[in-house]
Design a binder for this molecule. Structure first.
Ligand SMILES: [Fe+2]
Length: 275
């Protein structure tokens, strides 16, 4: 039914032969659920989906987050507009999984590319299960008993330190006190184990001396971005990426400024905290 084009050894597959602009059949949804569990991030080409189709596709995999704030598509609180251009360069550089500062971080995101720069603007993904498998048995069992602290204020420290930043983000800071997650989490569907610390939001490892914690985090964040654990996706207009946020990290490659890049994103809630 579908043709699968592998993107790298560790993760990622482009799935050909599906039309996301129409409702999918049960067997198609089941196929895609198996594919996302296997490949951790899946991509589609030539999908000129409208916002309704975008939200419908995300709903097959969970409940979309709602955003009432500025930056959302008119009439579609589920769709966040990500727009970068001359006046608004992309700021996020670090490898991360999304919103790990929350007790229940999102399970995934569906990103639709609308305006893609002629050169640059790829997204990199890393498999946290491959990164975990790439550690020694000793290191895996050592990490499996550890807990890490994730913090919104740590992730957004640069924005907070801008003039007026703390006032602007005060509500987010108040609503997002630091949270704890296991350093190694188990994916609830595939059963795969993956590293669950990231350089953007993970503040420290609990019950360790500060030097131990920062050395271990530095090692893990370097380890999990080794080329062997990653793939790189080159966007085209109407490409769609769907990543599992529980078992991957991603990094936007900011090499296209001042070109324009416009994406629509739907983020899928996960009602369960990581275990
Ligand atoms: Fe992200």
């Amino acid at each position: 039914m579908y043709e699968i084009e592998y993107v790298s050894g560790a993760l990622g597959a482009i799935i050909h032969g599906v039309d996301l602009d129409r409702p999918l059949e049960r067997k198609e949804i089941d196929f895609l659920k198996t594919a996302i569990n296997d490949f951790e991030v899946v991509f589609f080409r030539d999908q000129p989906i409208n916002p309704k189709s975008h939200v419908r596709f995300a709903r097959y995999f969970g409940v979309p987050q709602l955003h009432e704030a500025y930056g959302n598509l008119n009439g579609y609180p589920e769709i966040t507009i990500l727009e970068n251009n001359l006046a608004n360069p992309s700021k996020i550089e670090a490898w991360h999984s999304d919103m790990t500062f929350r007790r229940c971080p999102p399970s995934g995101s569906v990103l639709h590319g609308l305006i893609i720069p002629e050169r640059g603007g790829d997204t990199m993904f890393a498999s946290m299960s491959a990164a975990f498998e790439g550690l020694s048995d000793k290191m895996r069992s050592f990490l499996s008993g550890l807990t890490a602290v994730h913090d919104f204020s740590y992730g957004f420290k640069e924005s907070i330190n801008e003039p007026g930043g703390r006032e602007r983000l005060n509500e987010m800071i108040q609503n997002n006190p630091p949270v704890e997650h296991p350093v190694i989490r188990t994916h609830p569907e595939s059963g795969k184990k993956g590293i669950f610390v990231n350089s953007l939001f993970t503040l420290e490892i609990k019950d360790m001396k500060q030097r131990e914690s920062s050395s271990l985090l530095r090692f893990l964040c370097e380890h999990l971005t080794l080329p062997e654990f990653t793939c790189r996706f080159k966007w085209e207009t109407d490409s769609v990426a769907f990543w599992d946020n529980r078992i991957t990290q991603h990094k936007p490659v900011n090499d296209y400024w001042p070109s324009e890049r416009l994406m629509h994103r739907v983020t899928i809630e996960d009602g369960r905290p990581p275990i």
